[in-house]
Design a protein around this ligand. Structure first.
Ligand code: 2NL
Length: 356
């Protein structure tokens, strides 16, 4: 009978030499399969005398175990090698620049929001977001907007049926997010809230869905000087004009006191609009010191904290900065328009390359 040692040496040599998973599988079948050599040895044990069967059986089983272990080690090595080869072949460099001929464009609304985040981010603001469907309390009541205020009328606000006979609204401004932030966080607070807003209004200069950004700063000693410095800085950074004239004009909002509209210098000579020079003024945003009632409505003590807030329409400032003449084109998904007014993927706003 062939010695088990030479059988072992033969299989281990074959296993070590196997160059593929297929070759390894063939070896396994030839050794341990139904008609394999080692299986045959195990079957032959039955014909032996009891004493011999015991010693020979232990030796054959050990041979079987050694071959199984060698097969499994060899399989793991071949698997590893196959994976390494695939990884080497399929390697992609995710840091390579986007192909110049790519047709994709960043929508001017997205680009403008990214610019706002870059500018206010430099000043220490973070971005907050919240739901589009709101309660009366967050959209109106907390903001000191009285029940008879025109904004609460059906023709201005989209009302929805809520659960159990309650009433919901599509937010008409992003202020509810600031209300939620004041309820949830202790000052100091410094946030901007860009997002979609909804009003029941549709004509050449109004869309039922549009975008706003609002800002909120709350701390112990915040005053009108902080409001003015912050918003002058913003206007100059956004329009990329260092000496852009900025004017604060008294105004009224139920949620701020005092309130101020912010205008930038421009010229309308010759029919066109030129930002940054001339004798005319252009309204850019609304602002004010947060009304003490609004602070109290959110659980912030107005005797301890003060703050300022501001808000502006994103479509409007995008149209002014990028010379887009018609509001309605923002939402038409016209690819020719997007190729003209859109931005390349790598045109990332930063204050080093300019916010454009
Ligand atoms: C505009 C004017 C403004 C605010 C928004 C605000 C929010 C809270 C408290 C106080 Cl939670 N104020 N927001 C303040 C002043 C003006 O927006 O013309 N928006 C398009």
């Amino acid at each position: 009978m062939e010695s088990l040692d030479s059988i072992r040496a033969d299989w281990l040599r074959q296993i070590a030499a196997a160059a593929s998973l297929d070759a390894l599988e063939q070896i396994r079948v030839a050794a341990l399969g139904r008609n394999g050599q080692v299986t045959g040895l195990l079957k032959g044990l039955g014909a032996l005398a009891p004493d011999e069967r015991k010693t020979r059986g232990a030796a054959v089983n050990q041979l079987k175990n050694e071959i199984e272990a060698a097969l499994s080690t060899a399989k793991a090595q071949l698997d590893q090698a196959a994976l390494g080869q695939r990884l080497a072949q399929e390697r992609i460099d995710v840091t390579l620049p986007v192909k110049a001929e790519s047709d994709g464009r960043i929508h001017p609304i997205s680009q403008t929001i990214d610019e706002l985040i870059a500018i206010f981010g430099e000043m220490g603001f973070t971005v907050a977001e919240g739901p589009h469907i709101e309660d009366d309390f967050y959209n109106f009541t907390a903001l000191n907007i009285p029940p008879e205020h025109p904004a609460r009328q059906e023709q201005d606000t989209f009302y929805l049926a809520g659960p159990e006979g309650s009433r919901k609204v599509l937010r008409t401004h992003t202020s509810p997010v600031q209300i939620r932030t004041m309820q949830a966080q202790k000052p100091p607070i410094r946030i901007i809230v860009p997002g979609r807003t909804f009003r029941s209004d549709h004509d050449a200069t109004h869309s039922p869905m549009f975008h706003q950004v609002e800002g909120l700063v709350i701390d112990k000693h915040i005053h009108m000087g902080h409001l003015k410095g912050c918003l002058i800085e913003f206007c100059r950074a956004f329009f990329d004009i260092d000496d852009l004239p900025v004017r604060f004009r008294p105004s009224y909002f139920p949620f701020t006191e005092p309130s101020a509209e912010v205008d930038i210098g421009c010229s309308r000579e010759g029919g066109g609009l030129k930002i940054g020079a001339g004798a005319d003024w252009l309204e850019i945003l609304g602002s004010g010191m947060v009304h003490p009632k609004v602070l109290a409505n959110c659980g912030v003590d107005p005797a301890e904290y003060q703050g300022f807030a501001f808000g502006m329409g994103i479509e409007r400032i995008a149209m002014l900065k990028y010379g887009i003449p018609d509001l309605r084109t923002f939402y038409e998904s016209d690819l020719r328009w997007l190729r003209h007014y859109g931005f390349a993927a790598l045109d990332v706003p930063s204050l080093i390359s300019g916010a454009r």
